[in-house]
Design a protein around this ligand. Sequence first.
Ligand code: AQP
Length: 332
Amino acid sequence: MKRIFSGVKPTGHLTLGNYLGAVRRWVEVDQHRSEALFSVVDLHALTVEHDPARVTRLSRQAATLLLAAGLDPRLCTLFVQSHVDEHARLSYLLECTATDGELRRMIQYREKSVRARESGDGVRLSLLTYPVLMAADILAYGTDEVPVGEDQRQHVELTRDLAVRFNQRYGQTFTVPRATQPEVAARVMDLQDPTTKMGKSHAEGAGIVYLLDDAETVRRKIMRAVTDSGREVVYDRESRPGVANLLDVLAAATDGDPEALAGGYASYGALKKDTADAVVELLRPVRERHAELAADPGYVHGVLRDGAERARGMARPLVDRAYRAIGLLPAG
Ligand code: AQP
């Protein structure tokens, strides 16, 4: 059976972008047709300035939200990255395989290091090496497929390069994974600035729909979305990014096609209203289930404990094999 790994970083509250770009497919498709592992990748949240108590809170919230969205611990393995030491163990070996030049080329590093410098914080070394830890997350499980949004494609490409290089140099050890993306809404854009991605670590803003926003807030944010100066509803990501983004979201929420949907609207107002209604309906069950699960932290804790144990059992033999392949003396 195909093996799948993916994760979310507890760097902010989960957004509609996370849901449409990744989580919904994990729930609806991936956990049913593969041996799937999903992780709250908390070590990645330490690569930028962070408040420790907030990371703890957001990690618990992200796990609860993933369950609320429909991940089923009977079908998949859900765990917290830092509970499984194999990720950090393997990351070091892969750092010995990667070059600093290829890490400096990563777009996210370039963008986030500028932000870190501008805010007066130094650029943490872990921000540079973060894609290597992500490669370890993926390779530790012999992963075949990594379902992610478009922003993560470059990191999965690097993961492939590192796997191939390690295998060629030290002998066949890792499966070479590939990224998969949703057909629609692989990159949901900020509603106030449709040229940038809707990102959960951006300052809280009117352009980001959070999964836990109440219906009124979701409606307000979508009705106030920045559109373009034209009037006609056409699907053109280049010249009409705001309208195209709304059409993408509406299409993803209603299983439609953005270009076909465009033809049914004579005004931006009607498009916004239908998009708002569709998103409210899409998120309603997630929010309701989250409220139930948040009242039962013992259940979530148990799921994460069992998940980490299963994940450890899967990762350890492969990571041990990599340690031997690279020439480290076995301990036992
Ligand atoms: N806007 C998006 N559209 C589509 N997919 C998205 N994803 C993230 N944003 C969008 C996908 O969601 C999964 C989990 O994302 P993440 O936790 O790795 O990263 P993030 O939400 O992008 O958060 P960051 O990096 O902490 O903050 P930003 O980017 O806001 O600075 C991934 O599969 C991702 O592709």
